[in-house]
Design a protein around this ligand. Structure first.
Ligand code: 0RA
Length: 673
């Protein structure tokens, strides 16, 4: 396709950046850590666009020690020619004007993919940065301009010569805008790895140069590098690393009139389904028409194949959509000119034409694959048949659980300390780990609107438990009855008895396991509750710090360090005690008395190992009082992550589980190469 030569004139000028600073949420979603990370997405998206247009094959992301992040690519470089009317360089227009960036390709470039929602561009990042520096390597020169909160600090200038081509954008997020300006490497790596899989052939390098080089540490700064020639088929292989696989990943691709379709699938022996969908490289977490098309084609094609080869007999019912997805790992990736992102989190593809596009490609190419690979085909169908039988058995078990519940008159479980209000909108259910913490919570709550359901811990020790079997577990049965909406086919969301469901577990490893289990359970059986924002995680404090009359609850180690600094306490002076006022060795007390005389009262640190160590009053003040508590709302991403951890922990292969536990125990990160 002939590509028009780009000139500065083609950039449409819409408006300045003031609106972005006034209402950042409108442009990047929020000003919390999500919004912060979105800045990186905005900038990297432009480089990815350049890569997808075929002009760039390397992107380097660097976290600098001064809090800034830079993104460099080896593309054509943002144009720097002067705009004839505005008397500004194209670069300046792109970085200081709303909506000028992102889709600069105009209508000449087919779908030079930009993510639509995410493509609002680097000008937004500029507006929300205390400082930004742009370097463009073009025509043998280094062109430079810098900005403060989106306003140029000087005119575009040339700073020497270069043989390089490309663009570098370095920005420092504005702490006046963001709640936090600390980037999470894990979060960024996960996203970048995903992008590298979706853009086969690109190399993405990440350098973390924050913090001082630890003495003698050769591994500083930390380097990561993603390059996957295999594209989404390699992604599927990666997702299935820890599972027993049925055949190799299968890959389909076709350029359709409405857009490009790529699909990779591989079955495993597990019960897990992991189907991820993307539109223009944006993870469509709520699915959409492309996903619907995929599921329809998968069900139809496998049933047709199974019938044709007598694997399904005449008397047998068709395999259901759920049957053909058990143990399936799949990535569906579409690219289209004008993606419509809908839904609560803008994570759902609204373009109806993509259903037909994906359906057609999968119908054709999966049927052909099965024809050509009869032994793989047979294994896949057998796996689906197994799923079908298991599902029928599980349903029977589930129905009997529910029927039994009904026989008991759907009695609310005895363990539940219900609230008195009958208005679900104001009612909260606390799911608490352990009877003793449950007791404390019962004493600490406001009875009117807070209900407490203690669950026994250690359910997680039942390795290899299938979740359906959990329904036979009394703990889980209590939970289901307390929720009031039923389960499976008989769910009625309008009967939900609490609009806030809060998971409250200890801040230790066991607590995290139980939280993972409960989250996974909700993710699989009550995703609606998560989608509709009903699920929360309570945040009990880690410590109570006391110096004289000044007493503070602290929720993170960083916060603790900050307060200790504020109180001028050196590390060696810290006295940790399990219980405040415990009797101490008399000699030690004498020593402290001496220091105390010099520096005032000493600091007492109480570490809360579990909820049970708090008094009812403390638990109320720190964790349950709506005025003071900090609660995290669970997102589908959180729940999906829990589901993955759960699968790893519960999976049938021992080795990867061991590896996972070990690596997490030490807090080391795996380096993907
Ligand atoms: C518009 C036109 C051209 C390149 C780009 C935009 C471009 C933008 C970004 C943002 C980050 N990296 C980028 N790389 C390229 C091409 C102009 C030409 O015809 O040379």
């Amino acid at each position: 396709m002939a590509q028009k030569k780009y000139t500065a004139e083609q950039i449409q000028v819409l408006e300045g950046l003031e609106p972005v600073r006034k209402r950042p949420g409108m442009y990047i979603g929020s000003t919390d850590t999500r919004g912060l990370h979105h800045l990186i997405v905005e900038v990297v998206d432009n480089s990815l666009d350049e890569a997808m247009a075929g002009y760039c094959n390397h992107i380097i992301i660097t976290f600098h020690d001064d809090g800034s992040v830079s993104v460099e690519d080896n593309g054509r470089g943002i144009p720097v020619d002067m705009h004839p009317h505005l008397k500004k360089s194209a670069l300046e227009v792109v970085l200081t004007t709303l909506h000028a960036g992102g889709k600069f390709g105009g209508d000449d470039s087919g779908y030079k993919v930009s993510s639509g929602l995410h493509g609002v561009g680097s000008s937004v990042v500029n507006a929300l940065s205390i400082h930004m520096r742009a370097e463009v390597y073009r025509d043998g020169k280094v062109h430079v301009q810098e900005y403060k909160r989106g306003k140029p600090l000087f005119e575009l200038k040339i700073e020497g010569k270069t043989q390089k081509k490309g663009t570098l954008i370095r920005f420092t997020p504005d702490s006046e805008i963001f709640d936090t300006t600390e980037f999470s490497l894990d979060h960024v790596l996960t996203w970048l790895r995903q992008q590298a899989y979706l853009t086969s052939g690109i190399t993405i390098s990440v350098m973390d140069a924050r913090g001082k080089r630890p003495e003698g540490d050769q591994k500083y700064p930390k380097l990561y590098r993603f390059c996957f020639a295999g594209g989404i088929a390699a992604y599927v292989a990666h997702l299935n690393e820890t599972s027993q696989k049925i055949g190799e990943p299968i890959f389909f691709e076709k350029e359709m009139p409405d857009g490009n379709v790529e699909v990779a699938i591989q079955y495993t022996n597990s019960f897990q389904e992991c189907v991820m969908s993307f539109a223009n490289h944006v993870h469509t977490i709520e699915g959409g028409h492309h996903l619907t098309g995929f599921k329809a084609a998968l069900t139809r094609t496998i049933n047709a194949y199974a019938r044709q080869y007598g694997l399904l007999k005449e008397k047998d019912d068709n395999l259901t959509a759920d049957d053909v997805r058990e143990g399936l790992t799949a990535v569906v990736s579409v690219r289209l000119p004008e993606p419509q992102f809908e839904g609560q989190t803008k994570g759902k593809l609204g373009n109806a034409e993509m259903k037909t596009a994906v359906e057609t490609v999968v119908n054709e190419q999966l049927a052909q694959y099965l024809e050509e690979h009869p032994s793989e085909g047979k294994n896949i169908v057998n796996k689906c048949l197994l799923a079908s039988r298991a599902r029928l058995a599980a349903r029977a078990a589930r129905d009997s659980v529910i029927r039994k519940g009904a026989l008991e008159g759907m009695m609310l479980p005895g363990k539940l300390a219900d609230c008195s209000s009958k208005d679900p909108a104001e009612c909260e259910l606390y799911i608490v780990e352990g009877e003793s913490a449950g007791g404390t919570a019962k004493q600490g709550r406001v009875r009117e609107f807070q209900a407490i359901l203690p669950l026994k811990g250690k359910i997680l020790n039942v390795e290899q438990a299938r979740l359906d079997r959990m329904l036979a577990n009394n703990e889980i049965k209590s939970l289901v009855i307390a929720l009031g909406i039923g389960i499976g086919d008989v769910k009625d969301m309008s009967k939900l008895r609490y609009h806030r469901i809060v998971i409250m577990t200890d801040a230790d490893v066991d607590g995290a396991h139980i939280r993972t289990l409960i989250l996974t359970f909700f993710f699989r059986y009550f995703p609606e509750l998560i989608e509709n924002g009903h699920m929360y995680i309570a945040q009990p404090p880690l410590y109570k710090l006391q110096k004289g009359k000044d007493m503070r609850y602290v929720y993170t180690d960083e916060e603790k360090a900050e307060i200790m600094k504020e109180w001028g306490n050196e590390a060696e002076e810290i006295e940790e005690s399990e219980e405040p006022g415990s009797v101490e060795d008399s000699q030690e007390v004498d020593e402290h008395d001496l220091k105390q005389k010099k520096r005032g009262p000493r600091v007492n640190i109480q570490r809360y190992k579990g909820l049970g160590e708090m008094t009812a009053q403390q638990l109320w003040e720190t964790t349950m009082d709506p005025e003071r508590r900090i609660m995290l709302q669970v997102t589908m991403e959180d729940a999906q992550a829990a589901n993955l951890v759960f699968s790893t922990l519960m999976g049938s292969e021992v080795a990867p589980r061991k590896k996972f536990i070990q690596s997490h125990a030490k807090g080391v990160k795996n380096l993907d190469v």
